[in-house]
Structures are given as C-alpha cells and as structure tokens.
Write a protein that binds this ligand. Structure first.
Ligand code: ZN
Ligand code: MN
Ligand code: MN
Length: 280
C-alpha cells in the first residue's frame, strides 16, 4: 500500500483543507498555509489552528506538508529581497510549528544571473539564518527544480552542495519532484534511468534524507527544462515510467503528493486512484 495524496486549498479557513483531503481520498496532503502569491501573510487565527490540528488527528492523515509561497527567493543576490525571503521562510517555519506540520517544502530560487555559485551561497546563508530565527522541530525540505533559466537546485549534485553548507543537518531533507527531475534531464521512463538517479541520490545525499515525492507527470519532454505538470501517466514520463518508479521500495515507502492539474480529463481523486493502480 502506498501513502498518496494531493495539494489541497485552504480557501475559507485553513481547517477546511482537511475535509477536502478526506473527500479526495488522501492518506497525506499538502497546503499553502497562506496566499502563495503575496509577501505578507495574515496571522493564523487561534481557533482555526486548533480546528486544523484536531481535524488532522481525527482524520488519521499523516503526514501533512506545507509549501513555501512563490515570491521569496532564497538565492537572490539582492540584499533586500534576500532579507525578506529569510523573514518569510522563518515565518513559515513558525506557522508549521503552530499547525503541528512536520515538513515545510521550499524551492531554492533563482540567482538572477549572478551565477550558480553565488546562488548556492545565498541559499545556504538564507536557510542557516531562518533555521536559527525559527527554532523548532519542523524539517525543511529542499525541492529539486526543473532547471529553468538561472534556477538553483536542479541536480542531485547541487542539492548535495547546498545541504553540505547547512548547519542544522537534522532539520534538512529533500522533496523529489518527478516532473522537475524529468524536465531537468533525469530519464524516469526506464529502469536504468530510475536506477541512475536514485543511485546518485543515495550516494551523494542518502535516500534516508528523502522525505516526500511530488508525483507529477511532465508536459515537457526529457530535458525540456519546463516546469509544466501533467496528469499521472498522460505526460512524457507515461504510465510505464510511473509503474517502474512506484515499484522501487525507496519511492513507494514515501508519502506521494500529486500536484497535478484539475481539468476535464481528470481531477485529484482520479490521479490518486491512478497512482494506487500503478503501484499495484
Ligand atoms: Zn514545489
Ligand atoms: Mn513540486
Ligand atoms: Mn513544478
């Protein structure tokens, strides 16, 4: 049995996310704890926090993931943006503590032309600062990116380099996004390709640091560097790729979160059912 779920909306009030996850048949789910398109977050309402925590425990869903909003850029070479991004990351870690969410997922940002090395240094200092500012048990998960222009954290080697710079090693893990990896050039359609990426991951980072998989098919072809998600099995990775992936013990033991589209072809429950079918 695999643990699978999807991203759900907190519209109305954050505790309403739990009912939506249950409706879709989630064993695990992900949220944005606030509007992902703004810098400012409204403080969480104490009643909604209590209701969220109660509903999560009553549902049996475990674990819950929070995802960082879009605007913060940990790799920015601009001091003002970098500072605001550190503050946003620390604030989000604190929200996770309040909500009893064990994992916060973040992208590593864009260096804006300053170069990969500069980007890595900025990300490392941002994370070290935020983890000092926001104490607690929430683990920060670094998500691999599709390799769009100037983006940081696309390869296993890059994630390893960044993790090496982080002081609180026990508070850092990884989120592996299958669409991003495929777009970045990791071939997840074949046994050999899957073997290669998981082998590199294990050797350089350690599979024990992998805490969640963002299970998304890809609308862009191998190495396209396009961050466009597709329904499971209907994109360039395809059903056979997911069947092979989901057969790997290192993958099927992890919480699997679909960040797939909702359209006339399929919704969240449909993708979750497809994952269960392909996992056997
Ligand atoms: Zn993400
Ligand atoms: Mn993702
Ligand atoms: Mn994406």
């Amino acid at each position: 049995m695999v643990r699978v779920g999807c991203h759900v909306s907190i519209a109305g009030s954050i505790d309403q996310a739990v009912g939506r996850a249950v409706e879709r048949g989630c064993d695990t789910f992900q949220i944005f704890s606030r509007n992902p398109r703004g810098w400012k977050a409204k403080d969480l309402d104490a009643g909604a926090v209590a209701a969220f925590r109660e509903r999560v425990s009553a549902s049996g869903i475990d674990p819950v993931f929070d995802h960082m909003p879009y605007l913060p850029n940990l790799a920015s070479s601009n001091d003002e943006i970098h500072g605001k991004s550190v503050a946003a990351l620390a604030a989000e870690l604190r929200r996770c503590e309040l909500l009893a969410i064990p994992y916060l997922i973040t992208h590593l940002g864009h260096h804006g032309g300053a170069g990969t090395e500069s980007g890595h240094g900025r990300v490392v200092s941002a994370i070290n600062r935020a983890l000092v500012e926001a104490e607690g048990g929430t683990m920060l998960l670094l998500e691999n990116t599709a390799g769009e222009k100037n983006s940081v954290g696309t390869t296993v080697e890059e994630l390893r380099l960044i993790m090496d710079g982080i002081e609180a090693t026990e508070r850092i893990g990884v989120c592996f996004d299958t669409c991003h990896a495929f777009a970045a050039g990791y071939d997840l359609r074949t046994r050999d390709g899957i073997e290669a990426v998981l082998g590199a991951f294990d050797e350089q980072i350690g599979l024990d640091r992998l805490k969640v998989v963002h299970l998304n098919d890809s609308r862009g072809d191998l190495g396209s560097r396009l961050d466009r998600h597709e329904h499971i099995g209907l994109g360039f990775i395809g059903e056979e790729g997911f069947r092979l992936l989901l057969r790997r013990p290192a993958i099927r033991a992890l919480p699997l979160i679909c960040e797939t589209p909702v359209d006339g072809r399929r919704g969240d429950a449909g993708n979750i059912a497809k994952v269960r079918e392909l996992a056997g």
